[in-house]
Design a protein around this ligand. Structure first.
Ligand code: HEM
Length: 486
C-alpha cells in the first residue's frame, strides 16, 4: 500500500512537474512577501494583546502603584528595547524614544499627527478646550488666549505671586511646624492662577473650585464609563458644577461696573469684536478650566521636585542661595520682585531647567498618526498613537552626561534641538511656559533667600493614580528663617 502511494506520487510528479513547480514557486514567493510585509509592520516590537483590552490593565495597574505609570514604559523597554508598541484603551500606542522621532512628530503637528488624548481626558477638559479642538479653532483660540500669558503681561502676576508667597512662607516659618510642600505648592499655584484668571480670592469659593478641579483632573486617566462612585463619574459631575459656576461668574461680570484687571476681563472686553477675534462663552469656560488644570498640577509638582533636588544637592542649593541673596540685598527692604530681578537669575534659571529635565512633569506627549507614515524608517499606521517620550530623551546618556545627576551647570551649554522639551515644541508648545518659569523663579527666590529647610520624610515612593510624577509624601519640610539661623 505504502509502495503504491509512493509510485502514484512519482507519476504525478513526473506528469505535472511544471504545475507543481509553479505552485512551489508561488508558495515561496508568498512566504517571502508575507515575511517581508510582516517584518515591516512588526518592525516595532511589542504585544498588542486582545483587540479592545490590550495591555490596558497592566497600564492601569502601574498607575495604581507607587512606582508610577512610567514604570509600565520602563518595563516594556527592558523587554522589547527602546522602541515598543502596545495597546491601551483599544488603541495601538508606540513610545517614541528619540530626538529625531520627537522632531518628526512635533514639526508635523496637525499635518501628519494630532493630539491623541484618550476619551476621558477630552471629556474632562471639554470640547472647546485648546486640548480638544480641531486645527482651525486651535489657531484662533491659542492666539486669543496667548496675550495674558506673554512675559510683558505677567509683571502684575509676578508681584501678586511674590506677595502671596512671602506672606505664606513667613507664616509657616513662624509657626515652626512641618508642612507638606506639595500641598503648599498646589494651593498657592491654584490661588495665584484663580487670581490671575478671574480675581477670585474668597477662601471658601477657592476651596470649592479646587475640589471640583481636582475631581476633574483625577478623571483624566480613568475608564470613561458613567458608573456612580468611579473617578470618571465624579469628575464629570464636578465639571457640570464648575461650568455652572463659571457661567454665573461671567454673567455677573458682564453686569458689573467694578474695574477688573484679569484674564476673564480681557476676554469679555472682546464681546463686541468680530467672531474670529473673540472667544464665545463655552470657549472661555472650557479654556479657563484647561488653564487651571494644565497650570496648577504641573507647576506645583515642579516646585515640589525643586525642593527635593535642592535638599539632595546642597552645593547647588548654596550657589542658588548666593545668587538670590545678592538680588535681595540690592533691593529696598520688603520690596517685591520685578521682571528686571528675574532677568538677573542666571544660575537659578538653570536650576529650573534641570528640575524640569529630571522631574519630567509631563512624562510623554501623545499624538495620533493621521495617515500611514514612517518615523525613522519605522512603519506607523494611520490611527496609531505615538507618544513622544520626553522622559527617555531627558535621561538619554548620549544627550546628557551622567543623566541621573542634578547638575544645573550642564545648561551652560545650549541643548541640541529637541533634546530638551519639558514644555513641548511647535504649535502646541506650552501656553504657560512664561508663567511656569516666573513662578518657579519667584518660588526659588523666596525659599532660598529667606530660609533653610529640612526634609522630614525621605520616602521616594510615588503617588498612586497620578499622571504626573509626584512623591507620595509630598515632601514634608520644616523651614528655618535665615535671620534666626545667623
Ligand atoms: C512646570 C510647569 C509646566 C510644564 C512642565 C508644562 C508642560 C507642557 C507641555 C509639555 C505641553 C505640550 C504638551 C504636548 O505637546 O502634548 C504643555 C501644553 C500646555 N500647557 Fe503647559 N506646562 C507647565 C505649566 C503650564 C501653565 C502654568 C499653564 C497655564 C497657564 C499651562 C498651560 C498649557 C496649555 C494650555 C497647553 C496646551 C497648549 C496647546 O495645546 O496649544 N502649562 N505644557
Amino acid at each position: 500500500m505504502m509502495i503504491l502511494q509512493v509510485e502514484v506520487f512519482y507519476i504525478h510528479l513526473k506528469n505535472n512537474y511544471d504545475i507543481i513547480f509553479a505552485v512551489l514557486l508561488s508558495g515561496l514567493v508568498t512566504i517571502f512577501v508575507t515575511k517581508k510585509l510582516r517584518k515591516s509592520t512588526e518592525d516595532i516590537p511589542g504585544r498588542l494583546g486582545l483587540p479592545l483590552v490590550g495591555e490596558t490593565f497592566s497600564f492601569l495597574s502601574a498607575i495604581n502603584s507607587t512606582k508610577g505609570c512610567y514604570d509600565f514604559v520602563r518595563l516594556h523597554r527592558l523587554r522589547y528595547g527602546k522602541w515598543f508598541k502596545t495597546r491601551l484603551f483599544g488603541k495601538v500606542h508606540v513610545f517614541v524614544p528619540s530626538v529625531v522621532g520627537a522632531k518628526t512628530i512635533l514639526t508635523n503637528d496637525f499635518q501628519l499627527f494630532n493630539k491623541g488624548y484618550i476619551k476621558s481626558m477630552a471629556d474632562a477638559v471639554g470640547k472647546k478646550s485648546l486640548l480638544s479642538v480641531p486645527v482651525e479653532s486651535h489657531k484662533r483660540i491659542r492666539r486669543l488666549l496667548s496675550g495674558p500669558f506673554s512675559m510683558d503681561s505677567l509683571s502684575v502676576f509676578v508681584k501678586n505671586f511674590d506677595k502671596l508667597l512671602s506672606t505664606r512662607f513667613k507664616k509657616l516659618a513662624e509657626n515652626g511646624k512641618s508642612f507638606v510642600v506639595l500641598d503648599f505648592s498646589m494651593k498657592i499655584a491654584f490661588d495665584a492662577m484663580c487670581g490671575m484668571l478671574m480675581s477670585v480670592t474668597d477662601e471658601s469659593l477657592l476651596e470649592k473650585i479646587e475640589r471640583d478641579c481636582t475631581a476633574i483632573s483625577n478623571a483624566m486617566l480613568s475608564f470613561p464609563v458613567m458608573i456612580p462612585g468611579t473617578r470618571y463619574y465624579k469628575g464629570m459631575k464636578a465639571r457640570e458644577r464648575l461650568m455652572k459656576l463659571f457661567e454665573e461668574l461671567i454673567t455677573s461680570r458682564r453686569s458689573s461696573k467694578e474695574p477688573h484687571e484679569d484674564f476673564l476681563q480681557s476676554m469679555l472686553e472682546r464681546d463686541s469684536f468680530p467672531d474670529d477675534e473673540k472667544l464665545d462663552d463655552s470657549e472661555i469656560m472650557d479654556n479657563m478650566l484647561t488653564l487651571i488644570i494644565a497650570g496648577q498640577t504641573t507647576t506645583a509638582a515642579a516646585m515640589m521636585w525643586s525642593v527635593k533636588f535642592l535638599d539632595e544637592n546642597k552645593e547647588v542649593q548654596n550657589m542658588l542661595r548666593e545668587e538670590q541673596l545678592i538680588i535681595l540685598r540690592n533691593k529696598p527692604n520688603g520690596a517685591l520682585l520685578s521682571h528686571a530681578d528675574l532677568n538677573k537669575m542666571s544660575y537659578s534659571s538653570k536650576v529650573v531647567k534641570e528640575t524640569l529635565r529630571m522631574s519630567n512633569v509631563l512624562l510623554w506627549f501623545p499624538r495620533v498618526a493621521l495617515d500611514d507614515c514612517k518615523i525613522q524608517d519605522l512603519e506607523i499606521k494611520k490611527g496609531w498613537h505615538v507618544n513622544i517620550d520626553a522622559t527617555h530623551i531627558h535621561y538619554d546618556p548620549d544627550l546628557y552626561k551622567d543623566p541621573l545627576r542634578f547638575n544645573p551647570s550642564r545648561f551652560d551649554e545650549i541643548p541640541k534641538p529637541y533634546s530638551y522639551i519639558p514644555f513641548g515644541s511647535g504649535p502646541r508648545t506650552c501656553l504657560g511656559i512664561n508663567m511656569a518659569k516666573v513662578t518657579m523663579l519667584v518660588f526659588l527666590h523666596r525659599l532660598t533667600s529667606g530660609y533653610k529647610w529640612t526634609v522630614d520624610d525621605q520616602d521616594l515612593s510615588l503617588e498612586k493614580k497620578s499622571h504626573i510624577p509626584r512623591l507620595k509624601s509630598g515632601v514634608p519640610i520644616t523651614l528655618t528663617s535665615l535671620k534666626d539661623d545667623s
